[in-house]
Design a protein around this ligand. Structure first.
Ligand SMILES: [Zn+2]
Length: 211
């Protein structure tokens, strides 16, 4: 795949299109949103440039609180006093915005998952991606032990990562509490880039059935 040759100037041109088009068309709503946000749904998705939750779910500004990281991972709850990007965004979504739904959105052809599965040895200590993906190292070992055909291993890992993220979410005491009180529902969805198909896991999501 050739590298996209977009230049920053094209982003500025896009901004002007937005300012003269979308903004003017939705000025009333966007001005109202400038007073504050109150989305009811948070989505944790991968940073992948092909997986943009607001486009996939066709949602306007103010409706989705989006958290993005490599491979849509949730680390286990750990309060060791060190700064944490994903955990702080989750805390804000759950504790401040009080979202009612939290969707972990995994996807096909995930580069983070490929980095994990293709790595020959243990992680490179200097690689932040390797250190991050080590969160789900046990999943890799589990999948390798299943003797799946090589072409099926990535998808199996991508789906297992969603389940692991949902399990890890429940290690956060304020997530567990709100789920127990039925104030928050967790969802695990998977987006297939090849077919633009959204699927969900019966084990992890019994409340929604996207088709
Ligand atoms: Zn990805």
């Amino acid at each position: 795949m050739n590298k996209n040759s977009n230049k920053p100037e094209e982003l500025i041109a896009g901004y002007h299109r937005f300012r003269e088009g979308y903004f003017l068309e939705h000025q009333k709503k966007l001005t109202m949103l400038s007073k504050g946000q109150s989305p009811n749904i948070a989505v944790l998705s991968c940073c992948d440039s092909r997986v943009d939750p607001t486009i996939i779910f066709d949602t306007p500004p103010g409706e989705l609180f989006v958290i993005r990281n490599i491979a849509n991972l949730v680390p286990s709850y750990e309060n060791d006093g060190r700064p944490k990007g994903t955990s702080s965004a989750l805390e804000f979504a759950v504790m401040e915005l009080k979202v009612s739904h939290l969707v972990v959105l995994g996807h096909a052809q995930c580069g983070g998952v490929r980095a994990l599965m293709d790595r020959k040895s243990n992680h490179t200590p200097s690689s932040f991606v390797d250190q991050w993906m080590a969160i789900v190292e046990p999943i890799k070992q589990d999948i390798l032990s299943q003797n799946l055909p090589a072409e099926d291993r990535y998808a199996a890992c991508e789906k297992a990562v969603i389940r692991q993220s949902l399990q890890n979410l429940m290690t956060f005491p304020w997530v567990e509490e709100r789920v127990r009180e039925k104030k928050l529902t967790l969802h695990g969805w998977y987006y297939d880039l090849n077919t633009a198909t959204l699927s969900f896991d019966q084990e992890t999501d019994s409340t929604h059935s996207p088709s």
